[in-house]
Design a protein around this ligand. Structure first.
Ligand code: NAP
Length: 275
């Protein structure tokens, strides 16, 4: 078994990005909107990214009782601020808010998390849209380790708009044969045991176990669960690791790369608005 180490992939992405950024005269700036209480893990990773890339980070904290109009007016303010290169909403947000309307009020040219329908559509058609940071992180890890997905049977467990669905489209665009499983899938093991590559994005610790995977397959663990104060993924690492050829650890796997893709997306949004 070989570990797919997200820290190495992250460094590779950030090193390349820093070369591009050295030619940019302006200090790039992104806005993170936090509604109610959101895990400090996510906010701190953005703070570190801003420090590392010398980006300005504007953190907007809104009370959990805000309404859709309040949130959209904050987004509008930064949509119209030429100094701001990117805007994102930290998830989750309170369920009474209309997330579909809120996410689509972000200027697609500042949509650094790839959540607007315009960017999602461009990702589907492989037409240069800003993509989901997590989905792109999975692709980047596989590419860095020279794992060619073309013609491979890939099973994604999880169909969220943030991870599973964009990843499905990106893998199909890379010529993989992709099956998406979810909570209504019957006999999940049938799919996972036939998979060359399994991506788990469910949000349940120890969900994928050794008896569900075939020998020498590749497992990518997107899950981030905090159990008794410790970060763990969706994969039962101890039972899976000796069967597979490659596996991402948690921590130091996908999560590491996700934030560096955000850094790239901020730069891409800046470039798209410049040309
Ligand atoms: P989500 O919106 O809660 O989606 C979870 C998905 O898992 C849903 O599609 C759900 O199916 C499916 N699911 C739940 N129980 C299942 C079961 N018993 N069998 C099969 N499928 C099942 O979560 P998400 O936003 O995609 O995130 C998933 C995980 O990734 C979480 O742990 C999250 O913290 C983590 N995450 C990590 C990163 C990173 O950078 N590492 C970034 C984002 C998210 P239904 O659609 O049928 O309900």
């Amino acid at each position: 078994m070989k570990l797919l180490d997200g820290r190495i992939v992250k460094k590779d992405i950030l090193d390349g990005l820093k070369v591009e950024l050295s030619m940019v005269k302006k200090k790039l700036c992104f806005v993170v909107i936090q509604i109610g209480s959101v895990s400090d893990i996510y906010i701190n990773s953005k703070r570190k990214l801003a420090l590392d890339l010398d980006y300005d980070l504007i953190l907007v904290k809104l009370d959990s009782d805000v309404n859709d109009i309040d949130v959209i007016s904050v987004i509008d303010k930064y949509n119209n601020d030429d100094n701001v290169d990117g805007i994102m909403i930290e998830l989750p947000i309170p369920s009474r808010l209309n997330y579909d309307v809120i996410r689509n009020s972000i200027n697609p040219n500042k949509d650094i998390d790839g959540v607007t329908d315009i960017n999602i559509g461009k990702v589907v058609t492989n037409n240069g849209g800003i993509c989901s940071c997590t989905a792109k992180a999975v692709i980047d890890i596989l590419k860095y380790y020279d794992i060619d997905v073309s013609g491979k049977n890939v099973v994604i467990i999880g169909r969220s708009n943030l991870v599973g669905k964009p990843l499905y489209n990106m893998l199909v665009n890379e010529d993989a044969t992709v099956t998406v499983c979810h909570s209504k899938t019957k006999n999940l093991s049938f799919y996972t045991k036939n998979a060359d590559i399994i991506v788990v994005c469910v949000g349940i610790s120890n969900f994928l176990t050794g008896d569900m995977v075939k020998d020498d397959s590749i497992v990518v663990d997107v899950g981030t669960n905090v159990i008794e104060g410790k970060l763990c993924g969706d994969v039962d690492f101890s039972s899976v690791k000796d069967k597979v050829s490659y596996i991402t650890p948690v921590p130091y796997g996908v999560g590491q790369v996700t934030t560096s893709v955000l850094g790239e997306n901020i730069y891409k949004c800046y470039v798209n608005r410049e040309i």
